[in-house]
Ligand binder design. Sequence first.
Ligand SMILES: C[S@@+](CC[C@H](N)C(=O)[O-])C[C@H]1O[C@@H](n2cnc3c(N)ncnc32)[C@H](O)[C@@H]1O
Length: 364
Amino acid sequence: MSDIACIDLFCGAGGLTHGLIRAGIPVVAGIDVDIACRYPFEFNNGARFLTRDVGDVNSSDLNKLYGDAKIRVLAGCAPCQPFSAYSQRYDTMASPRWPLLYQFARLVKSIRPEIVTMENVPLVQRHAVFDDFVATLEQLGYRVWRDVVDCTKYGLPQSRRRMVILASLIGAIDLVAPTHKKPRTVMDAIGALPAIKAGDAHDEDSFHVSSKLSPLNLERIRASRPGGTWRDWPDRLVSECHRRESGRTYPGVYGRMEWNEPSPTMTTQFYGFGNGRFGHPEQDRAISLREGAILQGFPKHYAFVPNNGPIHFKALGRMIGNAVPVTLGETIGKSIISHLGLVARTTPIEGKVFASSPYDICIA
Ligand SMILES: C[S@@+](CC[C@H](N)C(=O)[O-])C[C@H]1O[C@@H](n2cnc3c(N)ncnc32)[C@H](O)[C@@H]1O
């Protein structure tokens, strides 16, 4: 029997789950509609993956998964596209993904887990669905902590700000104090990875693979300096859309990262040189899938596809770019552990699968 058990709604490839496990929270299952997430989720975390629409999940499904755990944690990061800066220009209410936070709230109402945690983009707080989610928690008697978290303050080598909710039926809960005064940098994170060429994969890690560059984009990246923009290029390399006034609002598109700064925010298309400042600081290519995953806090060995399995940039970019950074997941996990007054008996080892909780529970 485990004293504590967590279920991760919208679990994806397991960024949040992996961080929670590293903090010592046993995750028993993850639920997601994307079957491609099954392999990385199960292989790296030893938890069950249920290919289900969260909208079809009910309280008895969750209670079976929790078993007789004394502390039930319900975690989740509903798809954030409806709230992203990009989608603000569209009628996001029309998105079929809009009600998913309401589905999360429905499950909280029906099982009243001791702990709830949610992560999303900061813009979520401008929408009624967010206020409704918090109001539901408060009406149910939860003590709610919520804030926008700067992930660089917890050791993520990436500029990324995220709204985090921690809620507890046991008492007041908050996020542990920041751990890093000086942000970790791109150099700290990926500086030691072996060099590869655009379009190539490394012999010993097929996931350290970068997308191909057209001859024009190869010239462009050669003309780019770390932290610069397309304005550094000779005129003949600048595209028409950049010349137009509207293009002026995207000076960061096509650029190189800087070694001594955190990376820009990873998106689902970080593997493309033309999709943001995703050029490698000195090699003439976009960052590799492995580099993107490491910048999202995934450990170097995290397996996203089986050995020699096919690499689909689009699907894998989505899994990695959409993930809750493992570092943030771990911070959330440590906050829950500290809140519960859990005392570690063993230190969780990276990549190790929990059979049961390594913790004694002693609720203060
Ligand atoms: C922001 S990502 C979650 C990332 C994940 N928490 C992580 O840390 O790796 C949102 C996920 O929701 C999944 N999703 C979208 N609609 C869903 C639904 N109706 N039911 C279950 N999962 C859904 C997507 O496949 C995607 O993996």
